[in-house]
Design a binder for this molecule. Structure first.
Ligand SMILES: *Cc1c(COP(=O)(O)O)cnc(C)c1O
Length: 426
């Protein structure tokens, strides 16, 4: 068995089981029992993105899927590049927002969708998820058009931006969107009720496509290799990666890449005012505070659910804690970061700007900085325009959907009615 539940390590599962289950017993996260270093990283870095990613993933999966199968899966999942854009001399932005929903979550969500589709072997599955915006779009696009998988997404009516709604409520086909007359917590509570109903789970083949699914992290490992491959050879070993973090999946993937042997010198965990991890790294005390709303709203998380995976890699002695520093960037610095980058000729948005500011704080002489661009600036058009005092244009992906009709059905936050809806549509 490849993976274990890090809370109860007697629960050991294959990758297929972990992808289908999402979470282990007692809400425990699945993680590899071992991570063996990859052989011949230099040669690997010479390979094209898809081919290289298939090698990395088949190694991580201990050949549970063959390189050939993975090449097919990844070919379908990663249909967009991850370019490393130079910003100034020794600072680069890894642009992870060229996928269909313009955020890095496309990498993980699309790989997960392809894996689930393969593992379901024709059995019908229903993916049920609640979203406050971005995750729903990534999940909807990732599963759109996949046979035998029905996707039902709940979101709070009127509480996500019009443009966000257009991105995932206009697809149709196997994607059903329900606008719930309530808030995000109501949506999450409904989803939870459904998962607690075993008869319903069995009847409609319920699966969560959860954000803590291990397949997502594995997919994200691939773009760290792609970033290093684009760095000049002499700069690779001096590279410092700054990751704008919320649930810490992205940073977990970066650390896995380093454990696999990728030449990255160290990491910076950049957060907004929800700074549980930077405070923890400084004081050793885990003391989450209530979540506060910020400009970088995809990072408004005070109890990051992937953190135990990072802690696990430190405890196992796979990763040296000294190689991770944390910075909290407040709202003023975030805006300043967007402005400074713009003055350097680079249009950014609040999440990327936080990673840039943290990098500027933490980088030392002789180091080379890479900050992760997790979203396209147009996704946060309003804040970016407010900060810069200028209008920015919509990329094709957004402009295309802006004119389409919203196909959502309105529902009350009522479990019995939702249950009926799910069964009727099965
Ligand atoms: C989800 C998200 C993040 C946070 O990533 P984690 O893996 O949860 O740490 C950062 N930026 C954007 C734009 C996101 O959508």
């Amino acid at each position: 068995m490849l993976l274990e539940n890090i809370k109860h390590n007697d629960q050991q599962v294959s990758f297929e089981q972990a992808v289908k289950l999402g979470l282990g017993r007692d809400q425990g996260l699945f993680f590899p029992k071992q991570i063996a270093p990859l052989a011949d990283i230099d040669a690997l870095l010479e390979k094209p993105f898809i081919e290289r990613s298939a090698v990395i993933l088949s190694h991580l999966l201990n050949n549970e899927l063959t390189q050939h199968e993975l090449q097919e899966i990844i070919g379908n999942a990663f249909q967009f590049p991850a370019p490393l854009a130079p910003v100034v001399d020794n600072i680069y932005n890894l642009e992870l927002f060229h996928g269909p929903t313009l955020a890095f979550k496309d990498f993980g969500a699309r790989f997960m969708a392809q894996c689930l589709s393969r593992f379901s072997k024709g059995e019908k599955l229903t993916i049920l998820t609640a979203t406050s915006g971005d995750t729903g779009a990534a999940v909807a696009h990732a599963f759109h058009g996949i046979d035998n998988i029905r996707v039902v997404i709940l979101y709070p009516e009127g509480k996500i931006s019009r443009l966000q709604e257009k991105m995932f409520c206009t697809l149709g086909g196997n994607i059903e969107t329900l606008s719930v007359q309530g808030d995000f917590d109501d949506c999450q509570a409904l989803v939870k009720d459904c998962f607690e109903d075993q008869a319903l789970r069995d009847e409609i083949g319920l699966n969560s496509a959860n954000s803590i699914n291990i397949s997502r992290l594995f997919a994200q490992v691939c773009y760290y290799f792609e970033a290093v491959a684009q760095l000049p050879k002499e700069q690779q070993a001096e590279s410092v990666f700054s990751i704008p973090s919320g649930n810490f999946g992205n940073l977990s993937a970066g650390i896995i890449a380093k454990v696999l042997g990728l030449p990255i010198k160290r990491f910076i965990a950049a957060t907004n005012l929800n700074d549980t991890v930077p405070r923890y790294l400084q004081t050793g005390e885990w003391a989450p505070k209530p979540t506060v709303a910020t400009l970088s709203n995809a990072m408004d998380v005070s109890q990051p659910n992937n953190w135990p995976r990072i802690e696990h890699m430190i405890e196992q002695g796979w990763f040296d804690r000294e190689l991770l520093s944390g910075y909290c960037i407040d709202e003023d610095s975030t805006s300043l970061g967007v402005k400074q980058l713009y003055q350097l000729g680079y249009l950014s948005e609040p999440h990327g700007a936080i990673a840039y500011k943290a990098l500027k704080h933490g980088m030392e002489d002789g180091e080379v900085g890479v900050f992760l661009g997790t979203a396209h600036p147009a996704k946060f058009k309003e804040s970016v325009e407010n900060i810069l005092g200028e209008l920015i244009s919509l990329p094709k992906e957004l402009a295309d959907v802006a004119g389409l009709p919203i196909l959502s059905e309105q529902v009350e936050p009522d479990f019995a009615k939702l249950r009926e809806y799910l069964v009727a549509g099965n």
